[in-house]
Design a binder for this molecule. Structure first.
Ligand SMILES: CC(C)(COP(=O)(O)OP(=O)(O)OC[C@H]1O[C@@H](n2cnc3c(N)ncnc32)[C@H](O)[C@@H]1OP(=O)(O)O)[C@@H](O)C(=O)NCCC(=O)NCCS
Length: 440
């Protein structure tokens, strides 16, 4: 083998080790559609899942059973009924639905046992009725009410691979048929999973055939690479009624439940899971939670809302006086956290000629306190300062030092302030100077 080939292989092995180290102990939830469980690629997926499990990644599997349920109902001549994409499940057909769902779950369990992996099929989901929607009684088609996280975690800690069949029970013990997409999203959110993978038999999303709204990232080869949950909403609006959107919806819902990345993959490609995990650009379409979503630069129409948040804090002496004119004059320095057009918080980054910039005017509507809004604003402005080449940021505060200290700021002194801020430092206010080193 040529020396360059060996070097490349060694680089690849190093990369795999680094990824493995990063993900050891993390939970990955994998939703596998029924078509993929029936596909020739499935034995390879089972082998790859076993490898991931043996590398210390906690694997949880949610198999889809739609095809099998249709097949079993058909065999017993039970009419199948859907409203949109949702099955209507009669109580009388539940025995057949359970049989099909557990049959598919068993097949996954058997495939894993071939690799010496002990999988367990569990009753870990409390379900509730979907009820009557727009006049349709969905019968025993249910919704996920709660995932019994402790019990699943115990299984994972004992080294088992939990399998969630798409059936759950309510507190009276009645079984409900669950959508495996919804189930996978909720399980991933409840278990605080690192990633959710959706393996189905749909082709990789590529630009031809789709309207691409702004904010969706496309790779050179046309692959629709990634979007945020807000991007998914725009994407669905731009492509109404097209097949293949359910996976995007599931991925976006999982991100809203706290998952940072959900990957939509064409499960007909053997090895796709490993390639997705161990390469930078992956193989499918990723939906990712943008930590900075809902943050944007302040607009002049935000000023009245910001003044409303600031006024009581100014009256209390927590913030220094700021007028409408001053906010308008320094508008470009401010960023806001806004939801549905309403501002819930703001913060400013004032920059001068020196290498230190100032964080100021941090204020969060108390009705939305403790939701991480303040922290997001500070993180965004710290990144902005670093991007603009500043080495340090500082804040002057009389009452909120602890909050900043918990966010990487350190006790500083007036002598560390840029000259002009030193000159107008208000000795009577006697604010503490807190400094954050952006190079750390
Ligand atoms: C300080 C402030 C910006 C925090 O905003 P927030 O969105 O509620 O904060 P987060 O959700 O990111 O952080 C919440 C955490 O900070 C803690 N915290 C909130 N206010 C605090 C304060 N004044 N001092 C110390 N800790 C505080 C909370 O207890 C919580 O702790 P936890 O993570 O251990 O549960 C907000 O309370 C505020 O507007 N305060 C008044 C204005 C102010 O003091 N501005 C700073 C001067 S420039």
């Amino acid at each position: 083998m040529a020396a360059t080939d060996i070097r490349e292989q060694v680089d690849l092995i190093r990369e795999v080790f680094a990824y493995t180290e990063r993900f050891r102990g993390s939970t990955f939830v994998i939703r596998i559609s029924n078509e993929i469980i029936d596909h020739p690629s499935f034995p390879q997926h089972a082998r790859d899942l076993a490898l991931l499990h043996n590398a210390g990644i906690r694997i949880v599997i949610v198999p889809g059973a739609r095809k099998k349920i249709d097949e079993v109902l058909g065999r017993y001549e039970v009419e199948k009924r859907f409203v949109g994409d949702i099955r209507v499940s009669d109580p009388e057909s539940m025995d057949l639905i359970k049989m099909a769902a557990f049959d598919v779950a068993h097949r996954v369990m058997t495939a894993l046992s071939g690799h010496k992996i002990t999988a367990v099929i569990g009753n870990w989901v409390r379900a509730r009725t979907r009820g009557v929607l727009n006049g349709t009684d969905f019968g025993r088609t249910g919704l996920v009410d709660r995932v019994r996280v402790e019990a699943v975690t115990r299984s994972l800690e004992q080294g088992f691979v939990p399998i969630f069949p798409c059936v759950g029970h309510n507190d009276s013990g009645d079984p409900f048929n669950l959508s495996s997409d919804e189930l996978a999203g909720t399980v991933a959110g409840s278990l605080n999973a690192k990633k959710l993978f959706l393996l189905s038999a749909d082709p990789v999303m590529n630009t031809p055939g789709w309207q691409i709204p702004e904010g969706v990232d496309i790779l050179e080869d046309g692959r629709i690479f990634r979007m945020t949950p807000a991007g998914v909403a725009d994407f669905i609006k731009s492509n109404p009624g097209k097949p293949g959107l359910t996976a995007l919806e599931t991925a976006a819902a999982a991100c809203r439940e706290g998952i940072s990345r959900a990957h939509i993959l064409d499960g007909r490609q053997a090895g796709v899971l490993l390639k997705e995990i161990f390469s930078n650009l992956g193989m499918g379409t990723m939906v990712f939670a943008d930590a900075y979503e809902r943050l944007r630069p302040m607009e002049s129409s935000d000023v009245p809302g910001i003044l409303e948040i600031m006024q009581p804090l100014i009256a209390e002496g927590v913030l220094v006086e700021r007028s409408r004119e001053e906010l308008e004059r320094t508008q470009n320095d401010y960023w806001v956290y806004a939801m549905d057009g309403v501002v819930h918080g703001c913060a400013a980054l004032h920059t001068g000629n020196e290498r230190t910039a100032e964080i100021a005017g941090v204020a969060v509507d108390p009705r939305y306190a403790q939701l991480g809004i303040g922290a997001k604003l500070i993180a965004r402005l710290s990144d902005k300062a670093a991007e603009e080449g500043f080495r340090k940021i500082f804040v002057l505060t009389t009452r909120t030092a602890d909050w900043f200290l918990a966010r990487g700021f350190k006790e500083g002194s007036v002598s560390e302030l840029p000259a002009e801020r030193r000159e107008d430092y208000d000795l009577r206010r006697n604010s503490r100077v807190l400094v954050k080193d952006l190079s750390l």
